[in-house]
Design a protein around this ligand. Structure first.
Ligand SMILES: [Zn+2]
Length: 671
C-alpha cells in the first residue's frame, strides 16, 4: 500500500550578501522562517527551509581584490559568519545554498539558455545611471541634481552613466500576466498594503530588464558568450529553485516547488514580487504562494546602517542571553509587515518581565513545589473542580487559536495569546495558594490537584512556544520528566491531560538570566567613556569648528598635553551646553573638511560649521543627537556664520562626535 504523502511547506529567506556581517535584520528574517518551519512540522507538513548566501558580483570582486584574495577565497573565508550565527540562533534550515555551488551555476545557465532560445531573453544596448555600490541601474524616474548628475536613492552615492551591450529579459511581455496573477491571488504579496504598491508599480508600465553585465567578471557567465556575466539578481533569485534540487535532484524539486513562502525585507520586495514571478512564468514554473515583505528593525528609532555605525550585532546579545530571548523579542514585538524599534531597554523589559517573571517564575515555582511537597512526583489528586477544569478548556481553545495564528504567520498575536494564558495560570496559583495548602496534611489531595493542573498547563504552554523558543520548550519538557520532545508530538495530538500523576519531574534550573540594564549597557558605556577620555586628554578640547587647515583639534591636542589649564567651576558653568538635533547637513563648496549643519537646540535653530567632513557623510548625520556649546561668540568660517560649536574626540586626525544612543529632547541642558 502506498503511504499517503504529507502536504508540503517550502519556505525561504533571501540569500544574504556573503560579505555583509550578519546583523539583527538578517537574524530577524531567518528567525521568522525558523519559527514557521518548526510550526508547520508540528502541523504535520513535510517542510523544507532554505537559506544561504549570495556570493557573486562587483562588491565581492572589489572587496576580495582589496584583500589580495580571489572572490571565492573571500567568500569561503566569511561564509562562516552567517553559518555560525544561525547555529547560535538554533536555526533549523534544511539546506544552506551558496551561489558559487556548481549545480547552482549550471541551473542558472540552463534557465538563461532556455529563455534565450524561446525569445524571452535578447541582446541589446543599455545606457543608464548605475550605482556601483549597489550594482544596480537607477530607476529612470530618479531626478537629476543641479549639476545634472544622479545620486543613488538607496545609498546616496553618486551614480555613473554606464552604456553597454547587454542581454535583456522581456519583462514588458509579462505586465498583463503579472497583473492577472495578482488579481487572482490577492495573498501573493503580504502584507496587503505592499500588494497594492506592487500592483500599482506594474500598472505603471514595465520595461525590459537588463540582466547581464560586461563590467563585472565575478559571476555566472552567459552560456556561449562569456564576455557577459549574468547579473546578480537573475543569478541570486534562482537559488530558490536550484536550492531545492532544480536540475540536480528533480524528485526533490518536484516535491517542494513552488515555494509556499518567500520571506523578504520590504526593500527587495519588487525583485521578488515582479521580476521573479516573471522569470518563473517564462521558464514555465509554477509561482510561489506568498512573497512576505517584513519590516525593518530600527535601533533607537533610527534605521540601522553600516555608515551610521548603529548596526546591532546579535552575537553580543546571544553571549549573555542565548537564542530564545532574542527570538522571542523579535517575534513578539511587531507583526511581520511592520517596522520595529530595537532598544536595549525594550529588549531587557521583555526578557525580565515576560520571560523571567511570567514564564520562568511559573515554571520554577511550580516544579519546586512539586519537588518540596511530593518529592518530584505528584500522586493522588482530588477530583477536579470547575475552576481546575477551566485551565484545560482554556488550553484547548488557546491551542486552536494559536494554531490558526501561527498558520497565518501572525506570530506576535500567537505569543500574546500564550502570554495571556500564562497570566491565567499564574492567577490560578495565586488564588489556590498551594503553599498554604501544603501546611495542612488534610488537604494533600487538593494540593496535588492544583500542582497537577499547573504542571499540565506549563507543559501545554511550552509546547505552544516551541516554534519560537525551541531550546526553552525542550528544557521545560525535560524538567517535567517528559520522555518525548515537543517536536515529536503533532499539533492535533497535543493534549492537556497527557501530563498524568505519577510522573517523575526534575529540579528546574533557571531558564532566563536576569540581567540589569547597567550591566547590559556596560559595553556601550565603555565605548562612551573612551570618547570622553580622549576629549579630556585633548585639554581644553578640540575646536572642531576651526579653519580648513591644519586639521582642527590636532593643535589643540598637542597644546593640551603640555599644560592642562585648570578652570574654575564658575568658568565651566558659563558654558551653555545643550543637546542638539541635527536637522540638515551639507558640504561647503570648496572646503573638503567642513560641513554646514543646521541644528535644533530646543529654543531655536542654529547654523554651524564643523570640520567633520572627513569622518561623516552629510546624509549620516541627519537625526543625530549631540552636545553643542550655544553661547560661544559666532565665527565666520569660509563665509558661513557658525553659531554654535560641537564636541568631538580627535583620533588619528579624524573627528569623532559622541552621539546620544537614545532619544533626548533638543535643548536638554548638559552640565
Ligand atoms: Zn546605491
Amino acid at each position: 500500500m502506498e503511504k499517503k504523502s504529507k502536504p508540503t511547506f517550502y519556505i525561504t529567506t533571501p540569500i544574504y550578501y556573503v560579505n555583509d556581517v550578519p546583523h539583527i535584520g538578517h537574524a530577524y528574517t531567518t528567525i521568522i522562517a525558523d519559527a514557521l518551519t518548526r510550526f508547520q512540522k508540528l502541523a504535520g507538513k513535510d517542510v523544507f527551509f532554505l537559506t544561504g548566501t549570495d556570493e557573486h558580483g562587483q562588491k565581492i570582486e572589489k572587496a576580495a581584490a582589496e584583500k589580495g584574495l580571489t572572490p571565492k577565497a573571500l567568500a569561503d573565508a566569511v561564509v562562516g559568519r552567517a553559518q555560525d550565527l544561525w547555529k547560535a540562533l538554533n536555526i533549523s534550515h534544511d539546506f544552506f545554498i551558496r551561489t558559487t555551488m556548481d549545480f547552482h551555476e549550471r541551473g542558472v545557465q540552463k534557465l538563461f539558455q532556455r529563455l534565450l532560445d524561446q525569445g524571452d531573453i535578447y541582446k541589446g544596448e543599455y545606457k543608464g545611471w548605475y550605482c556601483v555600490s549597489d550594482e544596480n541601474f537607477l530607476a529612470e524616474d530618479v531626478p537629476a541634481d543641479k549639476e545634472g548628475g544622479k545620486a543613488c536613492p538607496d545609498c546616496g552615492k553618486k551614480a555613473i552613466v554606464v552604456s553597454e551591450e547587454t542581454y535583456f529579459f522581456r519583462l514588458s511581455a509579462y505586465q498583463e500576466k503579472l497583473l492577472a496573477h495578482y488579481a487572482a491571488h490577492p495573498g501573493f504579496v503580504r502584507p496587503q498594503s505592499r500588494m497594492n504598491e506592487v500592483a500599482s508599480f506594474v500598472r505603471g508600465g514595465l520595461k525590459d530588464l537588463s540582466i547581464t553585465r560586461t563590467t563585472v567578471k565575478w559571476g555566472v557567465p552567459v552560456p556561449g558568450d562569456p564576455a557577459h556575466t549574468i547579473y546578480v539578481w537573475f543569478d541570486a533569485l534562482h537559488n530558490y529553485v536550484t536550492g531545492i534540487g532544480y536540475d540536480w535532484n528533480m524528485p526533490l524539486f518536484e516535491k517542494f516547488w513552488p515555494a509556499t513562502v518567500h520571506l523578504v525585507g520590504k526593500d527587495i520586495l519588487r525583485f521578488h514580487a515582479v521580476y521573479w514571478p516573471a522569470f518563473l512564468m517564462a521558464a514555465g514554473f509554477a509561482l510561489p504562494g506568498t512573497v512576505f515583505g517584513h519590516g525593518w528593525w530600527l535601533k533607537d528609532d533610527t534605521k540601522m546602517s553600516k555608515s551610521r555605525g548603529n548596526v546591532l550585532d546579535p552575537q553580543a546579545i546571544l553571549k549573555t542571553f542565548g537564542p530564545d530571548p532574542l527570538r522571542y523579542f523579535l517575534l513578539r514585538e511587531i507583526p511581520i509587515g511592520q517596522d520595529g524599534n530595537f532598544s536595549h531597554e525594550g529588549f531587557l523589559h521583555r526578557v525580565n518581565s515576560d520571560l523571567a517573571n511570567d514564564l520562568g517564575n511559573l515554571v520554577q515555582r511550580t516544579l519546586t513545589m512539586v519537588r518540596n511537597y511530593f518529592g518530584g512526583v505528584i500522586e493522588d489528586p482530588e477530583a477536579e473542580s470547575a475552576k481546575d477544569g477551566r485551565l484545560r478548556t482554556e488550553f484547548e481553545a488557546l491551542k486552536n487559536r494559536v494554531f490558526g495564528l501561527y498558520d497565518d504567520s501572525s506570530l506576535n498575536r500567537a505569543l500574546e495569546e500564550i502570554w495571556s494564558y500564562i497570566s491565567d495560570v499564574n492567577r490560578y496559583l495565586a488564588e489556590e495558594e498551594p503553599w498554604i495548602l501544603a501546611k495542612d496534611p488534610g488537604r494533600r489531595k487538593r494540593l496535588a490537584r492544583v500542582l497537577l493542573q499547573a504542571a499540565a498547563a506549563i507543559r501545554g504552554v511550552s509546547y505552544l512556544l516551541f516554534p519560537v523558543m525551541p531550546g526553552s520548550a525542550e528544557k521545560i519538557w525535560a524538567f517535567l520528566g517528559e520522555e518525548k520532545k515537543p517536536a515529536e508530538i503533532l499539533y492535533p495530538e497535543m493534549r492537556f491531560d497527557d501530563f498524568k500523576p505519577g510522573r517523575k519531574t526534575l529540579a528546574p534550573e533557571a531558564l532566563f538570566p536576569r540581567v540589569d540594564l547597567k550591566t547590559f549597557l556596560s559595553e556601550e558605556i565603555k565605548v562612551g567613556e573612551e570618547v570622553l577620555a580622549v576629549i579630556e586628554k585633548a585639554g581644553r578640547g578640540p575646536r572642531i569648528d576651526g579653519g580648513e587647515s591644519p586639521v582642527p583639534g590636532v593643535e589643540a591636542k598637542k597644546e593640551g598635553m603640555k599644560s592642562m589649564d585648570i578652570i574654575t567651576y564658575d568658568e565651566f558653568k558659563r558654558m551653555d551646553l545643550r543637546v542638539a538635533h541635527i536637522l540638515k547637513a551639507e558640504r561647503i563648496p570648496g572646503a573638503t573638511k567642513l560641513l554646514k549643519l543646521e541644528v535644533d537646540i530646543g529654543t531655536e535653530k542654529r547654523q554651524m560649521v564643523a570640520g567633520i567632513a572627513e569622518t561623516y557623510a552629510p546624509e549620516d548625520l541627519v537625526g543625530k543627537r549631540l552636545i553643542v556649546i550655544v553661547n560661544l561668540k559666532p565665527a565666520v568660517i569660509r563665509g558661513v556664520e557658525s553659531q554654535a560649536m560641537l564636541l568631538a574626540a580627535v583620533v588619528d586626525d579624524k573627528a569623532l562626535i559622541p552621539f546620544f544612543d537614545r532619544e533626548v529632547q533638543a535643548g536638554a541642558v548638559v552640565k
